[in-house]
Design a binder for this molecule. Structure first.
Ligand code: ADP
Ligand code: SF4
Length: 717
C-alpha cells in the first residue's frame, strides 16, 4: 500500500533562502546529552533522523561563547575550531542522507551560570535569573553590545565552516536577543530599551551583520510567539501572540528565511506539553498567528505524530513545515513511514517526557520510552529499524510476561528471526501494568507502547502470544524451551516499605479492608471509604495520579507527600505545575514534606521531615503508594535449582524489566531490547561493552572506533 494522496503535501520541497528543504519534516532543536563533546553520538543520533527522512535536522541549543555555559546541563558548543571539527561529523552524517543540517545559535545570557568556564556573563540588564539560582550578569554598554553581536556572527561563520546549512538565531528560552526583546528582562533606557522598536534593535542589527557576511546558508529565527498568561508565563509583561508576537515577526521578516515558532518560557512544560495535559498540536491557538504576519516558511511544533493532523495544520494555513522533537526521538523514521504509507509502523511518541527528564537531570544519554535505541546509535551501534539476524532461528525460547519489557524482548527476538518464541501472559490481555495505568486519567497515549509492539509482533514475526496462562514452577520445567526470559513485572508494595523509612509503615497491611494499593483499587476493584488518605512516598506519578482518580471518583482526598508539591520526578517531566493545579481544582487537601509512619484505627501519624513534629490525619481508607517490589520468585527458584533446569533442558534463564529492577517504562523497554539484541553473546545477562566517548591518552581515531572491543573491562586476577 502506498501513501494516501492527500499526504503528498508533506513531501513537497520548499525553498528557504539559498537552500531547499526536500520535504516538510523538520527536527527542531532538542537536547540529547551529546553536545559537541560526544561527536560520535551526536552525529549518529542526528544522522539517524536524516536517514529516517527528516528534511532538516538540528543540534540542540548550541552555545557561542564561554560565558554561555549552562553546565551541568548539556548543550552543544560552537566556540572554537575544535567544536567546528566535532560538529562537522554531525553535518556530514545528515548530508549523507540528503538532509539539511541546522544549528541553534544560542547565548544563554544570565541563565549561563558558567559553572564550568567561570566566565562572568553579559545581559541586556542586570537582573538575576529567575530559574538559575545565584546567576546574574553584567548589563552591557553599547561597546559591549557590538562585541557580543560580533561574537554571534563569528559563531555563525564557524557553524557554516562546520557544514551547517540552516543558522537559527534563538530568540527564546533565555537568550540575549530574547532578553533584549522582553520587557521583563530589558530595563534599559538607551536606544536598546523602552519602545518595541528599541527592544528589537539588537536582533535586527545582528541579522543584518550575519547577512552581510553569509549568503549561502539559510538564516532563521526560533521564536516563542506567546509567553503565555500567568501562572504559566510572563502574563501582561510578556509577549502576546496577537500583539508583540506578530509585531516581532513583521519587524524581522525581511531578514530571515524561515520562522521556527513555538510558545512559552523557560517553564517549558507548556511547550513540551505532556500527553497527560495536552493534545497533539496544542500550540495552534498561538502559533497560527505567525503565518499571517510572515511571507517566509513557518515551522510549528506540537507533538505531531499523525499525518492527518500534520496535513490539517498545513492545509489550514497554520504552518508550512511540521516541526518535531519528541516524535522524531520516538520514531526517527516517521517521515519515511508516512512517505511509504507504512502508517501502522509509526512508533508514536507517548508524550511522557522521560526524554526531557534525562536532560533536566543534567546528563547523557537521552532515554526514550518508545524508542530504546535512542542515544545508542553510536555507542552500541543500534538501529531503530534494523536487527541483526540470528544464526540460530530454531532455538526454542519462552518469554514470560507481556508487559513493556516482555513485549519489547519478544518482538526484538522475532524481528531478529528467532522463529520459535512463545510470549506467555497470565492475564487475558497483553500490556502488563499498562493495562490499567493507561486507563488512569490522561494516560491514554501510554497504551501506544503496547499497541505498537503488538502490531509489530503480529505482522512481522512468528512470535506466538499465549494469553490466560499463568506459569508456575512445574509449567516452566515442562515448557520445552531452552532459554527463558522472565519479564514478570512488579507490584506496588502492600506494607508501606519505601526509600524514606527503609521500613514498613506501622499498621500498613493491604490485606486489611481499609488499606489499599493502586492495583487493588484499579484492577481488583477494592472499595474505598469516604475520606481517603493517599500516602505518596514514591517520586513519580502514581501517588498524585491516585489522588486525582480517587477525587474524581467522588471521595474526600488528603494527599500526603514528602515532596514540596507532588512526586519530585514530575518536575523533571514538566508535569508538576499542571498536576498540582489539577489536585487543587479537585479540592484535594495536600500535605507537603511529611512522611507517614503509622496508620492505625482510622488515624495516620505523619511526621514533618524538617521539624520532626507529628500530626494526625483521620481516614476511612488509605492508599499506599510507596514502592514497587519485583515479581521474580520463579526466576529465583529456578536459579537456585540448576539440576531441575538441566533435567528440563533449560540452558539459560534471564530476568528483565521491573522483575529485575522496578523502574520507569523506558528502562523496561531498554532492558527488553538490550537482552534480545545481545541474546547470542557469550553472557547476555552482562551488557556488551560499548563505546565510551572520552579522552583516551595517545588515541588515534581508530582507537575510539574500536573502544568497545579493545578497552573492555578486563578481570585483573
Ligand atoms: P514490565 O514493565 O517489566 O514489562 P509489567 O508488570 O508491566 O512489567 O508486566 C509483567 C507482566 O507479566 C504482567 O502482564 C503479568 O501478568 C505477567 N506475569 C507475571 N507473572 C507471570 C507468570 N507466572 N506467567 C505468565 N505471566 C506472568
Ligand atoms: Fe515521546 Fe516519551 Fe520518547 Fe520522549 S521519552 S520521545 S515523550 S515517548
Amino acid at each position: 500500500m502506498g501513501r494516501e494522496k492527500r499526504h503528498d503535501i508533506l513531501f513537497e520541497p520548499i525553498k528557504l533562502g539559498p537552500k531547499v528543504l526536500k520535504n516538510r519534516f523538520w527536527q527542531v532543536p532538542h537536547c540529547n546529552g551529546a553536545g559537541s563533546d560526544k561527536p560520535g553520538m551526536q552525529a549518529s543520533f542526528r544522522g539517524m533522523k536524516a536517514e529516517g527522512g527528516w528534511g532538516a535536522v538540528f543540534t540542540e541549543v548550541c552555545f557561542i561563547t564561554h560565558d554561555s555555559d549552562i553546565h551541568p546541563w548539556v548543550g552543544s558548543k560552537i566556540i572554537d575550531e575544535g567544536d567546528v571539527r566535532n560538529l562537522s561529523l554531525m553535518c556530514d552524517s545528515i548530508h549523507a542522507h540528503g538532509g539539511l543540517a541546522g544549528v541553534e545559535l544560542t547565548h544563554a545570557t544570565s541563565f549561563g551560570f558558567n559553572a564550568e568556564t567561570r566566565e562572568p556573563t553579559r545581559a541586556a540588564s542586570q537582573i538575576p535569573h529567575e530559574f538559575e539560582p545565584m546567576a546574574s550578569a553584567r548589563a552591557m554598554t553599547i561597546k559591549e553590545i557590538r562585541q557580543i553581536q560580533r561574537e554571534h556572527v563569528d559563531a555563525a561563520l564557524r557553524a557554516r565552516a562546520a557544514g551547517f546549512d540552516l543558522l537559527t538565531v534563538y530568540v527564546g528560552l533565555s537568550t540575549i536577543p530574547q532578553h533584549f526583546l522582553y520587557r521583563t528582562h530589558n530595563k534599559r533606557t538607551d536606544e536598546y530599551g523602552g519602545s518595541f522598536e528599541n527592544r528589537c534593535r539588537f536582533t535586527r542589527e545582528l541579522l543584518e551583520m550575519m547577512r552581510e557576511e553569509i549568503d549561502d546558508c539559510a538564516i532563521g529565527i526560533r521564536f516563542p510567539i506567546d509567553t503565555l498568561p500567568e501562572p504559566f508565563g510572563h502574563g501582561d509583561l510578556g509577549i502576546k501572540a496577537e500583539d508583540e508576537g506578530v509585531a516581532f515577526i513583521k519587524a524581522m521578516d525581511d531578514l530571515v528565511d524561515y520562522w521556527d515558532i513555538n510558545i512559552g518560557t523557560l517553564n517549558w512544560g507548556e511547550d513540551a506539553g505532556s500527553s497527560r495535559f495536552f493534545d497533539s498540536n496544542h500550540q495552534a491557538l498561538y502559533t497560527q498567528h505567525a503565518k499571517k504576519a510572515s511571507k517566509k516558511p513557518v515551522i510549528n511544533v506540537g507533538r505531531f505524530t499523525d499525518p492527518e493532523v500534520m496535513i490539517k495544520a498545513i492545509n489550514s494555513g497554520q504552518c508550512d513545515i511540521i516541526g518535531a522533537a519528541r516524535p522524531s526521538i520516538a520514531d526517527p523514521f516517521l517521515p519515511k513511514k508516512i512517505e511509504e504509507g507504512l502508517y501502522n509502523d509509526i512508533r508514536e511518541c507517548i508524550g511522557c517526557n522521560i526524554c526531557v527528564s534525562r536532560w533536566e537531570k543534567g546528563g547523557p544519554p537521552i532515554w526514550c520510552t518508545q524508542n530504546p535505541t535512542s542515544g545508542e546509535e553510536y555507542r552500541r551501534g543500534w538501529h531503530p529499524e534494523k536487527y541483526v539476524p540470528t544464526d540460530n532461528p530454531d532455538l526454542p525460547i519462552v518469554v514470560v510476561g507481556a508487559g513493556p519489557a516482555g513485549l519489547e524482548c519478544a518482538m526484538t527476538l522475532g524481528l531478529r528471526g528467532y522463529n520459535t518464541v512463545h510470549l506467555i501472559e497470565a492475564e487475558a490481555e497483553i500490556g502488563g501494568h499498562l493495562r490499567w495505568v493507561s486507563k488512569l486519567p490522561g494516560f491514554g497515549a501510554w497504551k501506544r507502547v503496547i499497541d505498537w509492539r503488538e502490531t509489530q509482533i503480529r505482522t512481522k514475526t512468528n512470535v506466538q502470544i499465549i494469553l490466560n496462562n499463568r506459569l508456575n514452577y512445574q509449567d516452566i520445567l515442562e515448557c520445552g524451551a531452552e532459554r527463558i526470559v522472565f519479564a514478570t513485572g512488579s507490584n506496588w508494595d502492600e506494607t508501606g516499605m519505601s526509600s524514606l523509612l527503609h521500613d514498613d509503615i506501622a499498621g500498613a497491611n493491604a490485606s486489611k479492608p481499609e488499606i489499599c494499593t493502586p492495583e487493588q483499587y484499579c484492577v481488583h476493584g477494592k472499595k474505598l471509604g469516604k475520606r481517603v488518605l493517599v500516602i505518596d512516598n514514591d517520586p513519580y506519578y502514581m501517588g498524585s495520579a491516585m489522588a486525582q482518580l480517587i477525587a474524581e471518583n467522588g471521595h474526600e482526598v488528603t494527599y500526603a507527600t514528602y515532596g514540596d508539591t507532588v512526586g519530585p520526578y514530575l518536575r523533571l517531566v514538566l508535569e508538576e505545575q499542571r498536576m498540582l493545579m489539577r489536585l487543587m481544582e479537585l479540592g484535594v487537601t495536600t500535605i507537603n514534606h511529611h512522611i507517614a509512619v503509622a496508620v492505625e484505627n482510622g488515624n495516620a501519624t505523619l511526621v514533618d521531615i524538617w521539624k520532626g513534629e507529628e500530626m494526625t490525619v483521620e481516614y476511612d481508607s488509605v492508599m499506599l503508594v510507596t514502592h514497587k517490589t519485583s515479581n521474580c520468585d520463579l526466576y529465583d527458584q529456578l536459579q537456585g535449582s540448576p539440576d531441575d533446569m538441566s533435567n528440563a533442558g533449560i540452558k539459560s534463564i534471564h530476568l528483565i524489566g521491573d522483575a529485575h529492577t522496578p523502574s520507569v517504562i523506558a528502562q523496561a523497554t531498554f532492558s527488553g531490547t538490550r537482552l534480545a539484541r545481545e541474546f547470542d553473546s557469550d553472557n547476555p545477562d552482562q551488557h556488551k561493552p560499548f563505546i565510551r566517548e572520552r579522552r583516551l591518552l595517545n588515541a588515534t581515531e581508530k582507537d575510539y572506533q574500536l573502544d568497545a572491543e579493545t578497552l573492555l573491562v578486563k578481570p585483573y586476577h
